[in-house]
Design a protein around this ligand. Structure first.
Ligand code: NAD
Length: 472
């Protein structure tokens, strides 16, 4: 079958399905080609399921320490299969929601593997799409005016440590574990490594992180990193930095991990080895060679400020373009690409993107780190305000954390906001809005925040920058 469309989107993850909804709202005849499930990594293997598990671990810890709130409980247990069942329920509810949004928007979903074709009998331009199916069903050919590539990314691997899905695993395999392992070596101390380390440590697994560079959490502010590292170590997580895994010797149920460090080499015997060393764009086999589209050295698709590839009617959004591989970036880029295709509204290139780590402690940031600001030649004003400056932190039992605000001494503009501690991932939103509205610390100090609330921390830190702090 050959079918004409205004827009065909390759990949139905967060970027792809949001683009489809926006396109359908704009009246475009739209199709998505998805080889797996609509919702992609974020919904099925990433953001949503991991946060569901992390929430269960948080509740477990809270229940264990409920007595400090005057609530007496029996010893709680962390029931992995029930935790996974709840995760499945959360995912399924959202999955059903996304599927009905596709129906409501009259978006055609092709459940097959899509590949770009070059100029052909279907169109003189590259960009028709052949949809291939696993069964013997004949290929469909889709002939769109515009294409959006939203094929996402997949876990990187290390050549000599190939994941087998049993002993050596990636984050994709973690939801299939039968139970909580007794011990785990996590290779890579980035966002994925830290979130999983935090989760497993909270539920009794003995965790070692092996990080190749001198610090965990690349891209985050050094004060936040050292605070987090200290707290993770206090919870028993072993963190090896400047460390490389030389070899993994596997048997059926465990592995010997040979690690080279600056100090002494170590061998750790473990049940699971989790490889969390970044992600790579999914461009394999999608027919890029049939087009003029260009890729960077890391395999990411090169786009201009409107998210157009070298073929101006073919756009690319989200993880497949590299850079900030975050679901909220993909969603923003989806809206931006559609607004360009429909010439309806010009959205600016995203400048300030919040980043969150849903570990214990939570971390969130927006803008530059102190080091980045210094490297860019700013004369910085830096203030840190600890959570006990606001009464709500005591009410919540979450006094362990701080906010760090960085501003420009010359212009008094905001440069960066960094938060670590309970609810940091929610607390960053006023910061995002401040960046969007170009608010200064002075303006943030003038906002009336409800009392008692953790948001008062913004008032405290902004007043500190102004030299007029009230508490703390
Ligand atoms: P990452 O790039 O954040 O971190 C990978 C880490 O692995 C780095 O610290 C790197 O130095 C280390 N590393 C690389 N090779 C190594 C080796 N051979 N041995 C030891 N260490 C090694 O990657 P990630 O944590 O895998 O996350 C991938 C992407 O997914 C990121 O872009 C991240 O932002 C995104 N993500 C975001 C969230 C969130 O926003 N909460 C959650 C999960 C993933």
């Amino acid at each position: 079958m050959a079918e004409n469309y205004d827009l065909v989107i390759l990949g139905g993850g967060t970027g792809g399905y949001v683009a489809a909804i926006c396109a359908s709202q704009a009246g475009l005849k739209t199709a998505i080609v998805e080889s797996d499930k609509i919702g992609g990594v974020c919904l099925h293997k990433g953001c949503i399921p991991t946060k569901s598990l992390l929430k269960s671990a948080e509740i477990y810890q809270l229940t264990k320490h409920a007595e400090q709130f005057g609530v007496e409980t029996a010893d709680p247990t962390f029931n992995w299969s029930k935790v996974i069942a709840r995760k499945d329920e959360v995912v399924n509810r959202l999955y059903n929601g996304v599927q009905s949004l596709m129906k409501q928007g009259k978006i055609d979903v092709y459940h097959g593997f899509g590949r770009l074709l070059g100029p052909s009998i279907f169109s003189p331009m590259a960009g028709s799409i052949s949809v291939e199916y696993e069964d013997d069903k004949e290929n469909d050919i889709l002939i769109p005016k515009n294409v959006i590539l939203a094929t996402g990314s997949s876990a990187n691997s290390i050549s000599k440590i190939a994941p087998d899905g049993e002993v050596v695993i990636t984050s994709d395999h973690l939801f299939d574990l039968d139970d909580i392992p007794q011990n785990m070596v996590i290779i890579g101390g980035g966002v994925i490594g830290i979130e999983w380390a935090s989760l497993f440590a909270d539920v009794g697994c003995d965790v070692t992180i092996v990080e190749a560079s001198g610090n965990i959490l690349p891209g985050f502010d050094l004060d936040i990193i050292s605070f987090t590292e200290k707290r993770l170590k206090q919870r028993g997580i072993n963190i090896l930095k400047n460390a490389l895994v030389e070899d993994v010797k596997k048997d059926k149920n465990s592995a010997e991990v040979h690690i080279q460090t600056n100090e002494e080499n170590q061998v750790i015997t473990t049940e699971k080895v989790l490889v969390a060393v970044g992600r790579k764009p999914n461009t394999f086999n999608i027919g890029l060679q049939n087009t003029e589209i260009e890729c960077d050295d890391d395999g990411s698709i090169i786009v201009n400020e409107h998210l157009q590839t070298k073929e101006s009617h073919i756009y690319a959004i989200g993880d497949v373009t590299g850079g900030n591989m975050l679901a909220h970036v993909a969603m923003y880029e989806a809206r931006k690409a559609i607004s360009h295709i429909t010439a309806s509204q010009s959205l600016p290139t995203e400048s300030s993107i919040p980043s969150c780590v849903y570990s214990n402690p939570e971390i969130a940031m927006i803008g530059l780190t102190e080091q980045q600001a210094l490297d860019q030649g700013y004369q910085v004003e830096v203030k840190k305000t600890y959570f006990p400056s606001v009464g709500k932190s005591f009410v919540n039992g979450e006094e362990d954390g701080f906010i760090k605000m960085i501003s420009d001494q010359k212009t008094k503009d905001l440069i960066g906001i960094h938060i670590v501690g309970g609810t940091a991932t929610e607390l960053i939103t006023p910061g995002s809005m401040a960046f969007y509205f170009d608010a200064s610390p002075l303006e943030l100090s003038e906002v009336i925040y409800p009392h008692p609330s953790m948001n008062e921390i913004y008032s405290e830190v902004a007043l500190a920058i102004e030299g007029r702090k009230l508490h703390g």
